[in-house]
Design a protein around this ligand. Structure first.
Ligand SMILES: *[C@@H]1O[C@H](CO)[C@@H](O)[C@H](O)[C@H]1NC(C)=O
Ligand SMILES: *[C@@H]1O[C@H](CO)[C@@H](O)[C@H](O)[C@H]1NC(C)=O
Ligand SMILES: *[C@@H]1O[C@H](CO)[C@@H](O)[C@H](O)[C@H]1NC(C)=O
Ligand SMILES: *[C@@H]1O[C@H](CO)[C@@H](O)[C@H](O)[C@H]1NC(C)=O
Ligand SMILES: *[C@@H]1O[C@H](CO)[C@@H](O)[C@H](O)[C@H]1NC(C)=O
Ligand SMILES: *[C@@H]1O[C@H](CO)[C@@H](O)[C@H](O)[C@H]1NC(C)=O
Ligand SMILES: *[C@@H]1O[C@H](CO)[C@@H](O)[C@H](O)[C@H]1NC(C)=O
Ligand SMILES: *[C@@H]1O[C@H](CO)[C@@H](O)[C@H](O)[C@H]1NC(C)=O
Ligand SMILES: *[C@@H]1O[C@H](CO)[C@@H](O)[C@H](O)[C@H]1NC(C)=O
Ligand SMILES: *[C@@H]1O[C@H](CO)[C@@H](O)[C@H](O)[C@H]1NC(C)=O
Ligand SMILES: *[C@@H]1O[C@H](CO)[C@@H](O)[C@H](O)[C@H]1NC(C)=O
Ligand SMILES: *[C@@H]1O[C@H](CO)[C@@H](O)[C@H](O)[C@H]1NC(C)=O
Length: 412
């Protein structure tokens, strides 16, 4: 069991995994390519294994597994310059080579262009009785895009399968085009990590339960949602949503990605429903109601989420009172606000605007802003309070003054 000293890459659950899975052979590969000024320009740390199925001279098939990288060398790994693109090149075992190349796209993203894996099937100790001879290569075009100055992280298992070769990768951290020699702390997560690591930590059950909350999340992206009825759009909502839930004493925070979220709903005279759903959320319902025939508010939130271990997390509360505004207007709150659905589930909202009733021509009506946004209202209050205080002081001074002078005349 080899565990390399862990580099200062955040979000690595590897320390725990190494300790707990001590019996399982697993090599973390790590590469730090520096430029002529000794500044890091390409950084990667990852784990992988390969299984290769090949045909033998007796027309049967054999499978070999490559998971020992103790002899790995990194010759040919380059940062890239004007002519060449960055590349990770690794050689191991008896004639294996593995390369990943990167390209810069536009000014704000780079991409993992492709992954090539070559093996020497002529090597009859690794591939006994192989029918083929020579070097075989599988190339996978990946085309995965990452924002510049972000480190790509994928702790989850990813596999590539082609021509009898299965490539497995996990605990991947990689950044090309590293700026100023400093590996970024901004992580760009693969889709699987977004759901898995945030829903259930991948610590084995024997590990001590995590006591800390997960790393603070970035602000969620703002999504625009709407519901139509026969008269056109009847409900509008624009908001960034972050769900914070506690399950088995583990706090998880997930951001809703509007790009992968579907929405439906319904509008009735007294209630309106907006339902969101995506791969790991079966439904997230916002139910609005009318009160006193002149105001609306968020009355109910129901949620049901799939957890990675296969169980379902569900919470409902139909006795809420949030986002209160007059009918015929919209409710707006740009600052972060929290809808506390239960002790174990809360929704943090960002750049919120909703109008569940009386939507005209698909557009928001005038907004009633939340008190959090209303910095401006405080100023007149303070100024007003100051002014009235001054007036009171003047009046009191005047009255006392008059009393004094009056009393003065009396004594005369
Ligand atoms: C990479 O190598 C450089 C130069 O040796 C060092 O300063 C830097 O800390 C290393 N980075 C990582 C992430 O190991
Ligand atoms: C390769 O790694 C994956 C992920 O850890 C593991 O599930 C799989 O069993 C490994 N394959 C072999 C042949 O060791
Ligand atoms: C990995 O390969 C090296 C060199 O071939 C060998 O010494 C070592 O015992 C191997 N490790 C495992 C776990 O097979
Ligand atoms: C690869 O690098 C190792 C040390 O990192 C060196 O000993 C070896 O000669 C290099 N091989 C080639 C083909 O450049
Ligand atoms: C990456 O490598 C593949 C094959 O090795 C090649 O076809 C592709 O053009 C390379 N991409 C870049 C950007 O160098
Ligand atoms: C492939 O393996 C054969 C047999 O071990 C060896 O003769 C040959 O040089 C190897 N080819 C390369 C490119 O390493
Ligand atoms: C491997 O091939 C060499 C000749 O290329 C042969 O002498 C040797 O017996 C073979 N080994 C096995 C295990 O088949
Ligand atoms: C790199 O350094 C330049 C100049 O010192 C600075 O403008 C830039 O913001 C830095 N980039 C990062 C990602 O730190
Ligand atoms: C559609 O608009 C008409 C006229 O404003 C109204 O009478 C009717 O109830 C509306 N239908 C729905 C489903 O809201
Ligand atoms: C709702 O209706 C508007 C126009 O009335 C239309 O542009 C929009 O695509 C519709 N949305 C959905 C989800 O059907
Ligand atoms: C998530 O909820 C927990 C417990 O209610 C709280 O301590 C934590 O600050 C919340 N985190 C976020 C990002 O809202
Ligand atoms: C959603 O899509 C937009 C436009 O295609 C893109 O800019 C944004 O990065 C995507 N957001 C996420 C979280 O994938």
């Amino acid at each position: 069991m080899v565990c390399f000293r862990l580099s200062p890459v955040p979000g690595s659950g590897l320390v725990l995994l190494c300790l707990v899975l001590g019996a399982v052979s697993s090599y973390a590969l790590e590469l730090n390519v520096t430029d002529s000024e000794k500044a890091t320009c390409l950084y990667a740390k990852w784990q992988m294994n390969f299984t290769i199925r090949y045909e033998t001279t007796s027309k049967t098939y054999k499978t070999v597994t490559i998971s020992n990288f103790s002899t790995a060398t990194y010759n040919g790994s380059i940062c890239g310059d004007g002519q060449n693109n960055p590349k990770i090149a690794v050689q191991f075992g008896s004639g294996f080579s593995w390369t990943v190349n990167f390209t810069k796209e536009a000014s704000s993203t780079y991409s993992i262009d492709g992954i090539s894996f070559s093996y020497n099937i002529s090597d009859n100790t690794t591939f006994p009785d192989a029918k083929d001879k020579g070097i075989l290569t599988v190339h996978d075009a990946v085309g995965f895009r990452i924002p510049l100055n972000n480190i790509f992280r994928c702790n989850s298992l990813s596999t590539l399968e082609k021509n009898g070769v299965v490539q497995s990768y996990w605990d991947v951290h990689v950044q090309a085009f590293v700026q100023n020699g400093t590996v970024s702390t901004k992580e760009f997560l693969c889709e699987k990590d977004k759901t898995i690591t945030t829903v259930v930590p991948i610590t084995p059950t024997t590990a001590p339960p995590p006591t800390t909350t997960p790393t603070p999340k970035e602000k969620p992206e703002v999504g625009s949602y709407s519901v139509n009825n026969s008269n056109g759009t009847c409900l509008l909502a624009t908001m960034g949503l972050q769900l914070n839930f506690t399950h088995d004493k583990v706090v998880s925070v997930i951001n809703i990605n509007p790009n992968t979220t579907d929405f439906t709903g319904s509008c009735q005279p007294q209630t309106a429903l907006l339902r969101l759903n995506c791969s790991n959320i079966k439904y997230l319902d916002f139910v609005f109601a009318v009160k006193n025939e002149n105001r609306f508010y968020l009355k109910e939130v129901n949620v049901s989420m799939y957890l990675v271990n296969g169980s379902v997390f569900s919470i409902a509360n139909n006795n809420l009172s949030y986002w209160d505004a007059p009918l015929g207007s919209s409710y707006m709150c740009n600052k972060e606000q929290t809808v506390s659905v239960s002790g174990a589930f809360q929704i943090n909202t960002f750049d919120l605007r909703v109008q569940p009733f009386n939507v005209m021509e698909g557009k928001y009506s005038t907004a009633q802003e939340c008190s959090l946004d209303d910095d401006t209202i405080l100023i007149p209050i303070i100024v007003g309070a100051g002014l009235s205080g001054l007036i009171i002081v003047i009046v009191i001074a005047y009255v006392i003054g008059r009393r004094k002078s009056y009393a003065g005349y009396q004594t005369l």
